[in-house]
Structures are given as structure tokens and as C-alpha cells.
Ligand binder design. Structure first.
Ligand SMILES: [Fe+2]
Length: 384
């Protein structure tokens, strides 16, 4: 039983909290910020007010607006080259997981030589980088609170992660106002990512009392509020609850990590270029069903957090089936497509089952599983 756990990044939560970024960073003594975002952040009018806010506080901004989805290692290395010569004393990331992962990758390379792929895995001895400040604009990734970044290795055609204290931020501004304009589809896809973090961390091999409490709360909140945020993006309470749940789920998986659902998500995402949250959602019902073999009490917790009563004498098979049906109904309720509807060819899908069992997250699954069993999950989830 693991009893040690950690909390990382302190949040500044609430509507309009991002408007305090300039004054807050100034009070910490920062003078020049390397601001990382993608072009969409500028087009949606999110990046400029934050940069102006920094400017009003006399903090100079050096901007990198070239963030790409699933940050490629080459892009991260190019950004790091600019950052290294910029004289900046703080990094600010504005956006979803891709912006924050890019910022973390840049921070790894500020004082450690490229390429970044040499640092994939757990790194305890990297030279420290700069303080990092996160301004998430989606509710799902939880990247603002974790100690890892996911990077796409272009030459090897796969995603991998760096896990290091260098990837931990100093501060996160959790401003639900920034998520108000997110359309229903990305709201659902990012929200289900937070849900996956919660259900995988609560059933993972490193779950502990803190991560369980955070994950249970996140599951309850997401179950209630994500459908409302999808149905009406202007629902302020729903947006606030989802940002909070995403942060809680991020803290849960920082401590307890995720497992098979994310290994499947990484493999499908890297092969078929599917958005991360959707890729993780495809087989999540089957993953949690299978997990009931060894973690039936935790799967009961998931059902109960989703408002479903599990009969007292239910077998693990019955618990698993109930969880599978409940999670699949939730995924459908928020309008996410299955793999067939997403245009993924079944034959090509079945071929990547061995890639799933080779994923670095695989070691954290609380049971052993074969590539053949993963392929069975693919078949079960394909048209479901
Ligand atoms: Fe995720």
C-alpha cells in the first residue's frame, strides 16, 4: 500500500482570475515572460488580453505562437532554442494540453541539451529550468497540475512523456471565463479526458487515499456538469465545476497515474491522429469492465460516484458490466463518436494492440493483460 502523496501547483481559481496574472507575476519579481500559445488563442481573443495584462504590469512578453496539436519534438526544440536566447525569467503557457506540454518541454531544454527524446521516462536529475505559469483554456487535460509532458516523437511515430520536477509549474490561473467559448465537441472531448484521469487513477496500481478522494469528487462533478457544459457552453456554473474537476482529476493522476485507457489512447492518437480525450474514451468502458476483475471495490466507487447503485452481492463480472454500460451511456450522452464513426479502419486498429502493451503506462495497470485481450477490447468498443 502506497501512503505517500504530493500536491504540486497552487491554483488561483475563479472567473476573471487570469486578469490578475500581471500583478501576481510582478509581485514575484518576474520581468520578462516567454509566452507560449497557439494561433487559435490569438484568433479567439484570449492571448492578447493576457499579454496586455502582463504589459500593464511592466512585464515584457516574448511570444511563441507556433504550438501544434500533440506537440512534435521538433517544434518543442525550436521553441526552446528561442527561449534559451530570450533572457526570459518566467514561462507562461496559455491554452490546452498542447500549450502546457510545449511549455514543459521547453523548460526541460532550457538548461539541458536537446534532443528531448533522450529524456523520455522518469528523470530525477535534470538541471532546473524557469518558473512556469499555466493559464488553461480547456477543462480536461489537468496538465496545469502534473509533473509530466507528453511529446510526439516524429522520427519514431509515437508519443512518449518526460516525468520530472522540471515539468511542474509554479502557479496556475484557473479562469473558467476562458472556456466559455469552447464549442460542444471540444468541450466533450476535453471533459472526457478529465473523466478518464479520474477513473483510471482511482483503479490504478498507485492509488492512495488522497487520489481516491480527488478522483471520486471529480467523477461526481463531471457526471453532473459535463453534459450541461456540452449542452450550454454559456452555463457559468457548469464551466466553473468542470475547471475544478479537471484540476482535481489532474491532481489525482499526478499521484496515482493513469493506466490502460491512456495507453490505448496514446496508441490510437499517435496512429490515427485522433484528439487525446476522444482516443482515451473509445475503450474506457471495456477497460473499467476488465479492471473489475482485480479492483471491483474501486469500480463500485466509480458506479456510485456516477449515481448508480450496485447490488450488494454483485459478482465482479456484474460490477464490470454495470460500469461498462454506465460509462458508455455517459460517453454517448455527451455526443462522442465510437471508432467506426470516427473513420478508424478495424484491421489497422487491431494491428496496434501490441503497441498498447508496449506503452510506458502499461506497467501501472493493476493486472497483466495480453495484446490479444486488448484486441478483443478494440472489437467490443469498435461499433458500440
Ligand atoms: Fe489524458
Amino acid at each position: 500500500m502506497i501512503t505517500s502523496y504530493e500536491c504540486f501547483v497552487p491554483p488561483i481559481m475563479g472567473f476573471g482570475s487570469s486578469k490578475r496574472i500581471g500583478i501576481t507575476l510582478r509581485a514575484k519579481g518576474y520581468k520578462k515572460a516567454f509566452v507560449i500559445y497557439d494561433k487559435g488563442m490569438k484568433d479567439f481573443g484570449i492571448a492578447d488580453p493576457i499579454i496586455e495584462n502582463l504589459d500593464m504590469a511592466n512585464i515584457e512578453a516574448v511570444c511563441f505562437d507556433g504550438v501544434l496539436p500533440d506537440p512534435p519534438d521538433e517544434m518543442v526544440e525550436a521553441a526552446a532554442g528561442i527561449a534559451r536566447n530570450s533572457g526570459c525569467d518566467v514561462i507562461v503557457a496559455i491554452g490546452g494540453g498542447s500549450s502546457m506540454d510545449t511549455a514543459k518541454g521547453v523548460n526541460v531544454l532550457i538548461n539541458n541539451p536537446p534532443p528531448i527524446k533522450q529524456y523520455f521516462g522518469v528523470q530525477k536529475n535534470l538541471r532546473p529550468g524557469l518558473p512556469m505559469v499555466f493559464v488553461p483554456t480547456t477543462s480536461g487535460t489537468g496538465s496545469e497540475t502534473t509533473n509530466m509532458c507528453v511529446i510526439s516523437c516524429v522520427s519514431e511515430g509515437k508519443k512518449d512523456s518526460v516525468v520530472s520536477p522540471v515539468c511542474v509549474g509554479t502557479l496556475a490561473f484557473l479562469d473558467p471565463e476562458l472556456t466559455m467559448g469552447l464549442p460542444p465537441k471540444p468541450t466533450a472531448m476535453t471533459g472526457i479526458d478529465a473523466f478518464a484521469h479520474a477513473v483510471e487513477s482511482i483503479t490504478g496500481a498507485q492509488a492512495n487515499p488522497l487520489s481516491d478522494a480527488l478522483a471520486r469528487d471529480a467523477i461526481r462533478t463531471i457526471n453532473k456538469w459535463l453534459p450541461r457544459a456540452v449542452d450550454n457552453g454559456k452555463d457559468q456554473v457548469a464551466r466553473e465545476k468542470m475547471m475544478e474537476a479537471s484540476f482535481f482529476a489532474g491532481m489525482a493522476f499526478t499521484n496515482a497515474l493513469v493506466h490502460l485507457g491512456h495507453s490505448i489512447g496514446h496508441s490510437i492518437g499517435a496512429t490515427f491522429h485522433v484528439p487525446h480525450g476522444l482516443a482515451c474514451a473509445f475503450c474506457l468502458p471495456e477497460v473499467i469492465e476488465y479492471t473489475a476483475r482485480t479492483e471491483s471495490e474501486k469500480v463500485v466507487m466509480i458506479c456510485e460516484a456516477m449515481g448508480v447503485t450496485v447490488p450488494e452481492n454483485a459478482t465482479w463480472q456484474e460490477i464490470g458490466a454495470l460500469a461498462k454500460d454506465t460509462i458508455r451511456a455517459f460517453i454517448k450522452r455527451i455526443g462522442l463518436p465510437n471508432m467506426e464513426e470516427s473513420g478508424i479502419p478495424l484491421e489497422a486498429l487491431l494491428k496496434i494492440a501490441p503497441m498498447v502493451t508496449a506503452d510506458t503506462g502499461f506497467a501501472l495497470i493493476p493486472y497483466r493483460i495480453t495484446a490479444a485481450r486488448v484486441a478483443e477490447m478494440f472489437r467490443s468498443a469498435y461499433s458500440a
